[in-house]
Design a protein around this ligand. Sequence first.
Ligand SMILES: C[S@@+](CC[C@H](N)C(=O)[O-])C[C@H]1O[C@@H](n2cnc3c(N)ncnc32)[C@H](O)[C@@H]1O
Length: 213
Amino acid sequence: MIVETVRRFAGEPLDVRLHTALRVLSCPFGELLAEVPHGASLLDYGCGHGVLASLAAEHAAARVTGVDIDERKVAVARRTGPTDASFAVVEPGSVPPGPWDVITLVDVLYLLPRPAQRDLLLALAAELAPGGKLLVKEMHTCSPLKSRWMRAQERVMVDVLERTKGAQLTFTEPDHLLRAMADAGLSTTARAVDRWYPHPHHLVVGTRGAVPC
Ligand SMILES: C[S@@+](CC[C@H](N)C(=O)[O-])C[C@H]1O[C@@H](n2cnc3c(N)ncnc32)[C@H](O)[C@@H]1O
């Protein structure tokens, strides 16, 4: 994944090349890709530069759409992503209509206040196809050491470098996510996906029930 990502972003400015290379090294994208069925329609909400969307198109032949509030990142995703992928700027909270087989939401919720987190999960769940999956990857605060490292890094990204758009940091524990996604009508599972990573990644998978025959 690292080689293909470095190649994909090779024509971009140095800061984007560094950011995307570090991203693919530090985020367990493989765990997410393993959840994407071959040929699925996939919405990557808060896609950033489109690293995951492009990997999903390559590894799972997914038909991808990526959206983000940051027009600079969306412009990079458009330049570097697969030709049949589409990338668009969205207003906060607005969700492209489904039905989507898979929706990915990777390290976005922590940038939103709690009520907006809940509203976004409800809005995304409503656009899933029957049997579709909402994959939410966030970072928890249960591990004190990993948690301190993560907070320091995110403050630099949001406040100092301004590389990530977001007003505040509201890290979300797995239990809170599980409740919110169950309230959105999804059946859920959660697991830690941080082995060998310095960040405390966790993944919650919410599946919308199939329509009864
Ligand atoms: C840490 S980055 C993660 C990007 C990408 N998901 C990834 O894993 O590489 C967080 C992204 O969420 C986007 N974002 C923040 N608030 C958002 C919102 N309300 N709606 C959509 N995207 C948002 C930011 O612009 C940024 O690109």
